[in-house]
Design a protein around this ligand. Structure first.
Ligand SMILES: [Zn+2]
Length: 413
C-alpha cells in the first residue's frame, strides 16, 4: 500500500467482528439476529457503547436507525455517512451488514488513534430491519429515512405472529426522538460483502459497485374455501394451497426463461391457513421475488407473473391478489462517488473491478437523497444468507482501507 495512505487496525476490526458475532449466534458460525428481537437490542446497545467510547454522539430516529457522529472541524457541513445493518436472516451469516457497520466504526477509531481531524463530520449509521426477515418490506429503515415509506407504514407493519414493529421498537428502547430524515448527508458510502462468487473466484481485492439489478418483491394472497379433505369431490374444491403451488412452479419457470440474460425468480416464503390435516386450505400467502439486470425486462417479468396468477387461480378455482409490493435496485449510483473510489483505489494500489449488485442494500435508498457509492469485499465461495458465510481478514482489509481513505478524502475536500 502507498506510504501516505491511512491503514486501519485489522486485528481490532477482527476482534470487534468476532465479538459482535457472539450476539445472536446460531450453529457456531452463523447468526440469527432478527430485527427488533432481544439480540438486536443487545447488538444495538453494544454498538452504541463502542461508538460512545470512540467519542461519538449517538442519536436514534423514529424508526430506530442509529447515527454515531464524529464531529468535523466545520460541524455545520453535512456529514459523510457510512454504515449498513446489524440485523440478520433467520439462518444468516455474521458478516452480512455487520462488516459495513464495524468497518465504519473502525474508520473512526483509526482517525482517533492518528489524531486526524476532518473538515466535515462523519456518521456511522445502523439501519433498522434491512433483511425483511421479520417485518416486510426489507430495508425499512433506510426507505423510511428517505421518505419512500411513511412512519405509520413502518410502525404498523407486523411480523408473522401479528406483533407490531412500533411495539417491538418501544420494547427494545429504540423508538428514538430524532425526526426521520433529519440527518443531512454530503455523501454515503457502504461497504458490504459481495454475497456472490465473482471477487473470490477472480481473486480481485474489491468490487466498486456501478449499478444494481432491478429487484421487485410481491406479497400475494390466495383465497379459497375450507372443506373436508374426505367427502369433498375433487371438482368442488377451492384449495388455496394448490393455487399457490401452481403459481410457485409458474414463477420458477419465468425465472428459467430469463436465466440466459441473468434474470431470477424466487418464491422464498409460503404460509397457509389453517395448515392442518383434515381440512382444505382456505388462504395462502406467498412472497415472490424477481430480479433482472435490464430494468425494462424486470417490468415485463411483473406482467408475466400477473398472467401466471390468472392461469393458476383458474386452474385451482381460487382467487389471487397482490397485497403488497416493493422495488429496489434501479437507483443510480453516483458517478462522483464511483470516480473518487476508483481514484483512491488507484493511488493506494488496490486492485478493483466494476461490479453490479444483485442483492438489496440500504445504500440504494440513500442514493435518492445523496451521492452514494458501494464497496464490495470478497466472501468465501460467495456463500451468504447461510451460517457458513465467511470472510478472510487479509482479503477484507483492502476494502476497509479504501473506505477509510475515501471517507477522509471526501470529508476534507
Ligand atoms: Zn446485507
Amino acid at each position: 500500500m502507498q506510504k501516505n495512505a491511512l491503514e486501519i487496525d485489522g486485528r481490532r476490526l477482527w476482534e470487534t467482528l468476532e465479538a459482535s458475532g457472539e450476539i445472536g449466534k446460531l450453529r457456531d458460525t452463523g447468526l440469527r439476529r432478527l430485527a427488533l428481537s432481544d439480540s438486536d437490542r443487545e447488538i444495538r446497545d453494544t454498538f452504541c457503547a463502542w461508538a460512545r467510547q470512540a467519542g461519538c454522539t449517538v442519536t436514534v430516529d423514529q424508526v430506530g436507525n442509529i447515527f454515531a457522529r464524529r464531529a468535523g472541524t466545520d460541524d455545520s457541513l453535512p456529514a459523510i455517512a457510512t454504515g449498513s445493518h446489524l440485523d440478520s436472516q433467520m439462518c444468516g451469516g455474521k458478516y452480512d451488514g455487520v462488516l459495513g457497520v464495524m468497518s465504519g466504526l473502525e474508520v473512526l477509531r483509526t482517525l482517533n488513534d492518528r489524531g486526524v481531524e476532518t473538515k466535515r463530520p462523519i456518521e456511522v449509521v445502523v439501519w433498522s430491519n434491512e433483511e425483511g426477515a421479520r417485518f416486510t418490506p426489507p430495508m425499512q429503515g433506510s426507505l423510511a429515512f428517505v421518505g419512500d415509506l411513511t412512519l405509520d407504514q413502518v410502525l404498523a407493519s407486523t411480523d408473522a405472529d401479528g406483533v407490531q414493529f412500533g411495539d417491538e421498537l418501544r420494547r427494545i428502547g429504540y423508538d428514538g426522538a430524532t425526526m426521520l430524515g433529519e440527518s443531512k448527508f454530503d455523501s454515503y458510502l457502504e461497504l458490504h460483502i459481495e454475497q456472490g462468487p465473482v471477487l473470490d473466484r477472480i481473486g480481485i481485492d474489491i468490487g466498486i459497485v456501478v449499478s444494481g439489478f432491478k429487484s421487485r418483491g410481491l406479497r400475494i394472497a390466495v383465497t379459497g374455501k375450507t372443506a373436508h379433505v374426505g367427502p369433498t369431490p375433487m371438482d368442488e374444491r377451492q384449495n388455496a394451497l394448490v393455487g399457490a403451488a401452481y403459481l410457485i412452479t409458474e414463477v420458477d419457470a419465468i425465472g428459467w426463461r430469463h436465466h440466459p440474460q441473468g434474470g431470477k425468480t424466487t418464491t422464498p416464503r409460503i404460509s397457509c391457513f389453517p395448515n392442518l390435516p383434515g381440512i382444505i386450505a382456505e388462504t395462502a400467502e406467498l412472497t415472490v421475488d424477481f430480479r433482472h439486470p435490464d430494468p425494462e425486462v424486470a417490468d415485463q417479468m411483473l406482467e408475466e407473473i400477473r398472467a401466471a396468477m390468472v392461469t393458476a387461480s383458474e386452474k385451482a378455482n381460487v382467487s389471487m391478489e397482490i397485497v403488497e409490493s416493493w422495488m429496489f435496485g434501479d437507483n443510480p449510483f453516483s458517478d462522483a462517488c464511483i470516480q473518487t473510489l476508483e481514484e483512491t483505489a488507484d493511488t493506494m494500489g488496490v486492485s478493483y473491478m466494476e461490479i453490479r449488485s444483485q442483492a438489496g442494500h440500504d445504500a440504494y435508498a440513500i442514493g435518492k437523497i445523496a451521492p452514494m457509492g458501494m464497496i464490495f469485499t470478497p466472501c468465501n465461495g460467495g456463500i451468504s444468507h447461510n451460517v457458513a458465510e465467511s470472510i478472510e481478514l487479509d482479503k477484507t482489509l483492502p476494502g476497509v482501507n479504501l473506505l477509510l481513505n475515501t471517507i477522509v478524502k471526501i470529508a476534507n475536500r
